[in-house]
Design a binder for this molecule. Sequence first.
Ligand SMILES: *Cc1c(COP(=O)(O)O)cnc(C)c1O
Length: 387
Amino acid sequence: MIWDELSEGLAGLDRDGLRRRRRQLASPCGPEAIVDGRRLLSFCSNDYLGLANDPALIEAAAATARQWGVGSGASHLVSGHFDVHEQLEQRLAAFSGFDRALLFSTGYMANLGIVGALLDRGDAVFADKLNHASLIDAAQLAKAQGVTSLRYAHGDIAALERQLAASPARRKLILTDAVFSMDGDVAPLAELFALAERFDAWLVVDDAHGFGVLGEKGRGSLSYCGVPESPRVIYMGTLGKAAGAAGAFVAASADVVEWLISRARTYIFTTGSSPIMAGALLASLDLIEHGDARRAHLQALIAQLREGLAGTRWQLLPSPTAIQPIILGDNHEALRVANALYERGLWVPAIRPPTVPKGTARLRVSLSAVHTPAQVGQLVEALRGLS
Ligand SMILES: *Cc1c(COP(=O)(O)O)cnc(C)c1O
């Protein structure tokens, strides 16, 4: 029967250490998670500022639900665009330093929408090899539209320059994570911008992990890297990580946003995001803008972890962000170490291919401003004890 090969496929995933499973939480997002009746110290979430369960966001969500209801009822283009959505878009544009901003239901959809709307047959996309899966899929989708899709080695500006120089494409688009989601390093955005200027290309920056965390007042990676304001930059920020809620936005020139409203299929053909999210996110933006103390605390935890593991067998990548991966290489070894930590009450996810390249399985420690130094100390001690 047609389904028989699935059981063989699943057995194959087990053999290769690639079967995915979910753990069910009996507690909201936070530094401690209750799983199977056990209290675990969690280093898993992308809730970098600890806003996912913040009382101000909860209050704003509840008040918004009372005023606007739960659902938007239709796509933004039909009748699902409310005052509260519009207010959030204007706040996001002003905060990120662009003319306009446009809300998407998820970052995944925003990335597919941007690339699909801006490129067509005869154009070319240039993507960092370690880009997030949603950007890889965006490039794949463009390929199906007749766009040439090229990838350059991670952070390799010279390779990108050669590809741009050799490309006969009419329109070019450079596509990059700002903070690489499984490595934690920051893309050379100023250099990428200079190349985009030289070759008259779009520069699309996915700041899922920088928005709220990096740059002045948490404005994100463009501010952190000193990229000047420019109509060729298209900035995508997600709202389910540091912002603590859900959704995403694209900030860009007014023309780009108008174009996306009319042409981005993942914007047009989907129900408007819940007004509750927009209300919660307005409260979140207040906390992000006034979040220097949270960001300073997070930076101190990052330094504590890195110093605590220096000189041990645990090999950290050169990441200045809340994402601190420990490279183990082998899938089974990554699972073994993750399980050993789990036994000790510490929850750190093992990340394996295809999320990361083959042979680079790792533990992905992610820190949050709601962790305490004592909690990070517990992780350091446990890792040192495992050696
Ligand atoms: C999480 C993530 C996304 C997807 O955003 P969602 O809103 O969760 O769909 C896109 N890009 C990067 C780099 C991410 O880490």
